[in-house]
Design a protein around this ligand. Structure first.
Ligand SMILES: Cc1ncc(COP(=O)(O)O)c(C=O)c1O
Length: 371
């Protein structure tokens, strides 16, 4: 039986009527950018994330960029960035003319290694970007303490972790601000690009609100240079249909992850994800490690059984061609590069059936046992 890495169509089939209704409502409203649908979504998602402020924006990448602009990151400023994450985390730093300082990640959680960050922080460092990778929150108490001791801004990259909790509280509310993505593969997957910027700070939020729309206030008067980081009304309205179901999607992902943890534990040559006891992951990805150069072999084996997989991510950021002469700190990176060579993500989408996940387990087992 073939098992896709992801299948949006099952989730959307269950919501077809309300999604189509929303399309008609926005069409009739004639208001397509920002406006009441976006404001209603912002309020609902802020309540869900237990933060006072949330701004709908055009993508997760733009949420990060806008956050850095609103924090006042300037050319030449340094930003501590983990090397094992999606490109966008570092791309935003570089696009603003700031310097990514490459920080290694932890072997257990794949999240930012604060000991390495401590070795690399300098007088020019202004911010740290903890990435809640694959849905697992970073150790935010330590990140915030580290940031306070070095006088840094904390920008949480929560693109993969909406609804994930650290010590009982949702991510995105620990740092100065949090960036989320509604890219279709995310736990709250949109119907195109979309993102969110959260904060507890009302001055920061007002600055970001202006910068989201070219720094304009009032209309056609610009005291700052912003950009077009606006969210569409249709996108917000469609996301409002899905938001009430998000906890049930997380629960299904958690059940799949628990099944994998139980069924794949102890397999030779495979190491399973480690989730710290004080966090609740939302399992945007279920990522295992297959060291000793056998990861690609497992991928081919699973593909031969019709099972979809992905490599998130095949190259550590400091090794990307565009960053070879940019940033600093890359020479000491060890774990990030080893992960890029050994990780593979298995299907963990909420609507996966019991038969499908059993199929994944049996294919991974047959690889391990046949080796
Ligand atoms: C960790 C991380 N940061 C940033 C982004 C950027 O989000 P988007 O694709 O919505 O621009 C993504 C998602 O793709 C991501 O996974």
């Amino acid at each position: 039986m073939a098992v896709p890495l992801l299948d949006f169509s099952r989730q959307h089939a269950a919501l077809e009527a309300p999604l189509k209704e929303v399309f008609a409502r926005v069409l009739d409203s004639g208001q397509f950018i920002l406006g009441p649908e976006v404001e209603a979504f912002e309020q609902e998602v802020a309540a869900y994330l237990e933060v006072p402020h949330a701004l709908g924006v055009s993508s997760g990448t733009d949420a990060l960029t806008l956050a850095m602009m609103a924090l006042g990151i300037e050319p030449g400023d340094e930003v501590l960035c983990p090397v094992f994450t999606f490109f966008g985390t570092a791309g935003c730093i570089a696009r603003l003319g700031a310097v990514p300082v490459w920080v290694d990640v932890r072997e257990d959680t794949f999240n930012i290694d604060l000991e390495d960050a401590a070795r690399k922080v300098s007088k020019r460092t202004r911010a740290i970007v903890p990435v809640h990778l694959f849905g697992q929150p970073c150790d935010m108490q330590c990140v915030v303490a580290f940031a306070q001791s070095h006088n840094l801004w904390v920008l949480e990259d929560a693109a993969q972790a909406i609804g994930a909790r650290y010590k009982g509280e949702p991510v995105g509310g620990f740092g100065n601000c949090g960036a989320f993505s509604f890219y279709p593969t995310k736990n709250l997957g949109g119907f195109g690009d979309g993102g969110l910027l959260t904060s507890r700070d009302s001055d920061f939020t007002e600055r970001a609100r202006r910068l989201r729309n070219h720094g304009m206030h009032p209309k056609y008067f610009h005291s700052d240079i912003g950009g077009n980081f606006r969210l569409d009304a249709l996108q917000a309205a469609l996301l409002r249909v899905k938001l009430p179901h998000l906890e049930s999607y997380h629960a299904a992902r958690r059940a799949h992850a628990a099944f994998y943890n139980a069924q794949l534990s102890g397999l030779e040559g495979v190491s399973l994800p480690h989730v710290r006891s004080e966090v609740e992951s939302v399992w945007n990805q279920y990522t295992i490690r297959v060291p000793d150069g056998r990861r690609d072999e497992l991928r081919r084996h699973l593909s031969a059984h019709g099972i979809g997989t992905e490599i998130y991510y095949p190259v550590a950021l400091h090794e990307q061609v565009c960053f070879r002469n940019m940033g600093r700190g890359g020479e000491s990176i060890r774990v990030g590069s080893a992960l890029a060579a050994s990780v593979i993500s298995l299907p963990v989408f909420p609507e996966m059936t019991d038969r499908e996940r059993a199929e994944v387990v049996s294919a991974v087992r047959s690889f391990s046992e046949g080796s």
